[in-house]
Design a protein around this ligand. Structure first.
Ligand SMILES: Cc1cc2nc3c(=O)[nH]c(=O)nc-3n(C[C@H](O)[C@H](O)[C@H](O)COP(=O)(O)OP(=O)(O)OC[C@H]3O[C@@H](n4cnc5c(N)ncnc54)[C@H](O)[C@@H]3O)c2cc1C
Length: 321
């Protein structure tokens, strides 16, 4: 099998989620795995991809690819797939990757399986694992034709820094007329301090138990003391207490930090599926029967308003001593 992993970048950094998909692809049998990096001024990123195990990187470095628009990327990938006999194209989900994967599927008349959390080889065939029924079960999904396209939930796999070198090959950039008719007018970035929740090693998340948006400062202060990021449940995001970009769960982000501290969060299944792969889960909840305690490594039955400030104080003391 010849697999191609689409590596998305933000500025001069490759996305962690894409590198995670690359690490997964490299574990699958004796297949040939390559990566693609598409953009403008991105050639140095190929070396970075090599350090994460890509033996071959196709680089499409062209000013016309500066804006993160999907159709020019579909042009580059479609040609690569045809020229290099690639039978499987793997993406880590993002707004851009979902558009590119869908466009590529239409262009190549290929089947796309999306929202996968794993990919395995069974009897020589690739089988995707896809959560269903509100993430309460996993179903096996496959492809009846080639090429196959797979889109994975962001955060499904960890990158693995293997320390290799990538052979770099230029990918042709021949854009269709219709692909260049869209223009990026503006791009705004949300101002934020500290690590993003996708990359953070520590996440302190707040739920409705905080009692109001003003109490998110408790969570923010603990996150700051631990050098982590702030997450939120859908209930508080829907109530306008905290930004959508911080929502963890089925309809938010899938995260896997080393430490996840849930403050005033009940632990609904839709929240659980977004954080259950965290290394250590700590829950603070005043209800001893809250479902979150069923999958926490450490639980504190107490009021967040009393426990969280104390914890923050202790972390600060420990750091300064
Ligand atoms: C299709 C679908 C998709 C969904 N997607 C998501 C998703 O992506 N992410 C997500 O999070 N949810 C999602 N939900 C919503 C989910 O079902 C829950 O409603 C939500 O996670 C609950 O949020 P919460 O834990 O903040 O609030 P609640 O369930 O109200 O829990 C609040 C908790 O705080 C505790 N508490 C109250 N006061 C205190 C205090 N002073 N100190 C300590 N503890 C206290 C309570 O005991 C309770 O356990 C989805 C639902 C559906 C139907």
């Amino acid at each position: 099998m010849t697999k191609l992993v689409f590596l998305e970048h933000h500025g001069n950094e490759l996305s962690k989620a894409g590198l995670g998909v690359l690490a997964k692809a490299l574990t699958l049998g004796d297949s040939h795995v390559s990566a693609s990096i598409i953009g403008s001024g991105i050639r140095p990123l190929a070396e970075e991809a090599g350090k994460f195990g890509a033996a071959k990187v196709y680089v499409a470095d062209d000013a016309q690819l500066e804006a993160p628009l999907p159709q020019p990327r579909v042009d580059v990938l479609a040609q690569l797939v045809r020229d290099k006999d690639i039978d499987t194209i793997l993406f880590a989900n993002s707004v851009l990757a979902a558009d590119v994967a869908a466009g590529l599927a239409a262009r190549l008349d290929a089947g796309v399986n999306w929202d996968l959390t794993d990919l395995v080889e069974q009897d020589g065939k690739l089988v995707g694992k896809r959560p269903a029924l509100q993430d309460s079960v996993y179903v096996d999904v496959g492809w009846t034709t080639e090429p196959r396209i797979a889109l994975f939930r962001s955060g499904s796999f960890d990158p693995s820094a293997t320390g290799g070198f990538a052979e770099v090959e230029d990918a042709p950039v021949q854009l269709e007329d219709f692909s260049t008719s869209a223009r990026m007018v503006d791009q705004a970035h949300e101002e934020s301090e500290g690590p993003s929740i996708e990359d953070a090693q520590v996440i302190v998340a707040g739920g409705r138990g905080l009692g109001g948006p003003e109490n998110f400062t408790l969570v923010e202060e603990l996150a700051k003391a631990l050098g982590g990021a702030v997450g939120a449940t859908r209930a508080v995001v829907d109530a306008g207490w905290y930004p959508y970009s911080t929502q963890v769960g089925q309809t938010g982000k899938t995260v896997a930090p080393k430490l996840y501290i849930a403050c005033g969060i009940s632990g609904a299944i839709q929240h659980k599926v977004g954080m259950q792969n965290s290394g250590v889960i700590v829950a603070i909840n005043k209800d001893p029967n809250a479902p979150i305690f069923e999958f926490s490594d450490l639980g504190v039955v107490g009021d967040v308003h009393a426990v969280v400030p104390k914890l923050t104080e202790l972390v600060k003391q420990r750091k300064s001593s």
